[in-house]
Structure formats: structure tokens, C-alpha cells
Design a protein around this ligand. Structure first.
Ligand code: BGC
Length: 255
């Protein structure tokens, strides 16, 4: 158990990759703050799974895109658990549209959760860590699209590219506080964000043809990477991105 005695906060952990990360960190001994926009069934289901895995935690709800809500989320987590050692900025959304049709509303929604949310949640976390003075870890769930263009998802790709530079910047700026900051870049993973894709056999087949390991990732594949980055095994790792993509990013073959 690599995270015994630690407290982790995972944003968007009511489903998908976030839920798998919350569970994995719990199995490694961490108590987990399950953060979701709504204090609803999904978040409480994750908490029940954490308890069934032998750990404990709490549900804290708040709109991560709102900086004031982020400060409240951290404050309520600290109130309930005594401290937060690990922040996983996992909450993310995507909206498909040709670039010329993207609305301001959709742009703001995507940038709000994916980039602004990670930015201000990390700021609130860094203030807490500074006060406690015992260091901490930030893991951002980014995407292969922090590097790779994603046509028809311009706002999403821009948000993930932003998350890459935020991570690099903060790795330097927060190092004096003993905070390591890294990204995980998943490829195509079996989660609700990909529900539409998984329901279209032709599209799925075309995608799988581009993945050297010839399968979609599982939320657990990503969670394993998160546990490593959150643990002291990664004590000398900061400012980097760990790709968990079955080789999707660097796939090139002459036909
Ligand atoms: C997106 C998925 C997409 C995958 C691979 C992820 O970041 O959320 O919709 O299938 O990248 O392109």
C-alpha cells in the first residue's frame, strides 16, 4: 500500500477515469474525497466502492469551473479529512463541433472545467499545502490531445494543450512548496465520454486500427499510472506527462 495515511481529492470521480482513480488510490491506502458537481448518486456510489475496498472518504460537491467553489471544495475536504495531500484534476468534458460552429457557451464550458477548473483547484490546494508545509502532489488527467490535434474538438485540444503548459509551469513554481505536478495523457479509454464512439462500430474499428496495442484503454490502465505518480515511487518525477494510450500518439507506419 503506497498511499497509507494520505488523503486524495479526485475531481469528477463519480464516473469513468475519475472513479477508477479514486478506487485505486483507496486500495493503496488513501482516504479519498470524491468531488462531483452534484452531490448525487454517482458520487455516493464511488464512495461506497471506496468503503468496500477498505478505505474511507467523503463526498464534496462543487462546480470546479468556479474558483470560489474550488476554494470551498478544498476547505470542506480539509474540514472533513484533516488534510489533502494529493489533488487529481480529473474532471473533464468535450464538445464536438466544426471549428466555425463552436459557440461561446460551449467554449466556456470546456475551458471552464478542463483548464480553469484545474488552475483554480490547484491554486486552492497550493495555498492549503503552503499552510501545512508538508508537501503534496498534483496529477492532472490530460489527454493525448495535449500534443495531438483533434479536429472538431478545438476547444478540447486547446484546453488540454493549456493543461500541459500549466503543469510545466507549476512544476517549477510549486517545487519550493514540495509539490510535484505531472500529467497523465490517456488515449481512447472506455468511459462515458466515449459512449457515442463505442456505439458506432465503424468509427471504433477505424480508431482501433490506429492503436498499436489494438484495444481501448480501461479506466484502470489510467488509474495505475495515477497511483504511481501520486506515490513516493515518483518522488523525483515532476513536470512531465505520462502517456497511457496504447501507442496511439506516436503511431506511424508506412503503408
Ligand atoms: C477524448 C476521446 C478520444 C480520445 C482519443 C480523449 O482525450 O476524450 O474522446 O477518443 O482522446 O482521441
Amino acid at each position: 500500500m503506497r498511499l497509507q495515511g494520505k488523503v486524495a481529492l479526485v475531481t469528477g470521480s463519480g464516473q469513468g477515469i475519475g472513479r477508477a482513480i479514486a478506487l485505486k488510490l483507496a486500495r493503496e491506502g488513501a482516504r479519498v474525497v470524491v468531488e462531483e458537481r452534484e452531490d448525487g448518486n454517482q458520487a455516493h456510489e464511488t464512495l461506497a466502492l471506496i468503503r468496500a475496498a477498505g478505505s474511507d472518504g467523503v463526498v464534496v460537491a462543487g462546480d470546479i469551473a468556479d474558483a470560489a467553489a474550488d476554494r470551498q471544495v478544498i476547505a470542506r475536504a480539509v474540514e472533513a479529512m484533516g488534510r489533502v495531500d494529493i489533488l487529481v484534476n480529473n474532471a473533464g468534458i468535450e464538445k464536438r463541433a466544426p471549428f466555425v460552429e463552436v459557440t461561446e457557451e460551449d467554449y466556456d464550458a470546456v475551458m471552464g472545467v478542463n483548464l480553469r477548473g484545474a488552475f483554480f483547484a490547484t491554486q486552492a490546494f497550493a495555498l492549503h499545502v503552503r499552510e501545512r508545509n508538508e508537501g503534496g502532489v498534483v496529477v492532472n488527467v490530460s489527454s493525448v490531445h495535449e500534443e495531438l490535434p483533434f479536429p472538431h474538438f478545438a476547444s478540447y485540444a486547446a484546453s488540454k494543450g493549456g493543461l500541459k503548459m500549466l503543469m510545466r509551469n507549476l512544476a517549477i513554481e510549486l517545487a519550493p512548496l514540495g509539490i510535484r505536478v505531472n500529467n497523465i495523457a490517456p488515449g481512447a479509454v472506455q468511459t462515458p465520454i466515449n459512449a457515442a464512439l463505442m456505439a458506432q462500430p465503424e468509427k471504433l474499428k477505424a480508431l482501433l486500427a490506429n492503436i498499436p496495442l489494438k484495444r481501448l484503454g480501461t479506466p484502470e490502465d489510467v488509474a495505475n499510472a495515477a497511483a504511481f505518480l501520486a506515490s513516493d515511487e515518483a518522488a523525483y518525477v515532476t513536470g512531465t506527462t505520462l502517456f497511457v494510450d496504447g501507442g496511439l500518439l506516436w503511431n506511424y507506419a508506412e503503408q
